[in-house]
Design a protein around this ligand. Sequence first.
Ligand code: ADP
Ligand code: MG
Length: 636
Amino acid sequence: MSESKKEVLGFQTEVKQMLHLMVHSLYSNREIFLRELVSNASDAIDKLRFVALQNPQLLSSDSKPSIRIRVDETAQTITISDDGIGMTRSEVIDHLGTIAKSGTRDFIAHLSGDQKKDSQLIGQVGVGFYSSFIVAEKVTVVTRKAGESADSATCWESDGQGEFSVESTTRDQYGTDVILHIKPEDRDLVSKFKLKNILNRYSDHISTPILMLKDEYKDEKMVETNEWESVNEGSALWTRSKNQVTEEQYKEFYHHVAHDASDPLCWTHNRVEGKSEYIQLLYVPSEAPFDLWDRESVHGVKLYVKRVFIMDDASQLLPRYMRFVRGVIDSEDLPLNVSREILQQSRDLRTIRDGSTKRVLSMLEDLAKNKVADYDKFWALFGNVLKEGIGEDVGNRERIQKLLRFVSTASSGVASTTLEGYVSRMKEGQKGIYYLVAETPEIASRSPLLEIFKKKDVEVLLMGGPIDEWLMQYMGEFEGKTFINAAKGDLDLGDLSDKEEKEAVEKLQTEYQSLIANFKTSLGEKVQDVRMSLRLTDSPACIVSDPNALSPAFIRMMKAAGQPVPENKPILELNPNNPLVSRLQEDGKFDADWAQLLFDQALLAEGEQLADPADFVHRLNQMLLKTVTTENLTKN
Ligand code: ADP
Ligand code: MG
């Protein structure tokens, strides 16, 4: 059979299935055809560059390789031409008539035949060249392999229905033209303006120049000239070396990738070589994105493979607790038609994710060390997101712990205390890192539970809210020190409480036996226990929890979430040195209202809601009435 004859062949079954499905399900995404064809053109140029390393005579010396896109409004065609490696006749038949990649083939074999279900799946595989048929009723490919003669070119043509034809032809230069005969309903695409827009979105960072014919005003009309102009940057910013990119350019690029008009707080730009090769350019914003608290929201790091944009929502590139990060990761190893499913199992991706996570941590460490004010800003915006990493990323826990900032009894209201700082201030014999969680750090700071710590001059971390409550379940240890909840009933101050103190507390329990019994009778089911304590210096009473029980803040959180809450009765501790308590003891005349009042008051001090506030107010007023006389009212 003579090769110049026109040959008509059938597509492989899988191709037919794929074409059918694709045209029906990817229509809403129709502009992806351009990204696919430009990416193939760019690949072909890269391949030629690669083989020319061995065979330099393959390259024509006259001009720089480019991708050229022409629009013909009369013929209603779009032509994408490249100076790439081209294809031989048998390559054309193989590449544009079958699906070679086993991954895609497997995928197609698993299609259910249920169009609705399959439509959702097709978006996950790379559709490549065949995506041309989303917008074209006929596709013509003219290609000549580098190194072959001008008359050995091949013309491939198909309407995407089931067959294609191949025929010999001529082409002046090696390379490929893909001519799309656009469907009547897609003729709006036959416009340079429209195509430039699409290129801008998807292909601006292709490093090969993409050229289009320049328009010019002539006799008050816009006419096309014969002059080519580049419509892309031609070199992706992240591929340049750091010293070739100005601060302004980094910021410009951030505005573009993050869709954020404000400047970033900081960024990190690295080329990683080794097991996996990739470039990362990652930014921390200076404003919180509106969907920060939506853990499922779209992630801000774009995935590129060899300068070709792959996907926006690459949630697997960084852990969720880094969802504030924006930027680009460009891999040399991942396949170009990578799908979300492939990504999930990719070892290269895991390497990239681990490496990028560590990079972001280094960037934050650097900010914390060298730009304290900026780090404080970061902490205020994203600190609560970063905290999630303590539970989520055990491998990096210690590094994340060092990035945490706390309000503490030593820091006067601002979150500036670090764990390292705390440990350096620990007292001799101090057992661990004390913390207290309330509704807010501010409420925690006024808790009577802190009195003993003030007396002993021991620092306590003051925390607030459900995130902190959650955080403390996962903190484990820091530099060998355990975290101790200051609200727990068996508070052990280690060597800080001396033997005499412990004995004194023991003695108090017997001394105050009858008062304790009275309190217990009055409060009944409301408390688990009542006891004397030296934990307080000023307040008459405080509430502590069973060392094994859930903390009050945690229970509040469960209640708010409508969860069933396990019974957790508080323990009331009384301060023998408080005049109210000592008078109750001396007096012997015990009033059940006093017990109730002290109990409610202690609950209030912890930020608790009283079961019956009106009852509390009524009781308080009754007590006031008993003590207030006309005489002492007028005194001051
Ligand atoms: P992929 O690019 O992922 O391999 P495509 O469906 O986009 O899948 O392309 C299939 C194959 O067709 C390519 O691998 C390549 O061998 C060949 N091909 C497509 N376009 C060109 C081109 N412009 N120049 C040379 N070869 C091409
Ligand atoms: Mg391709």
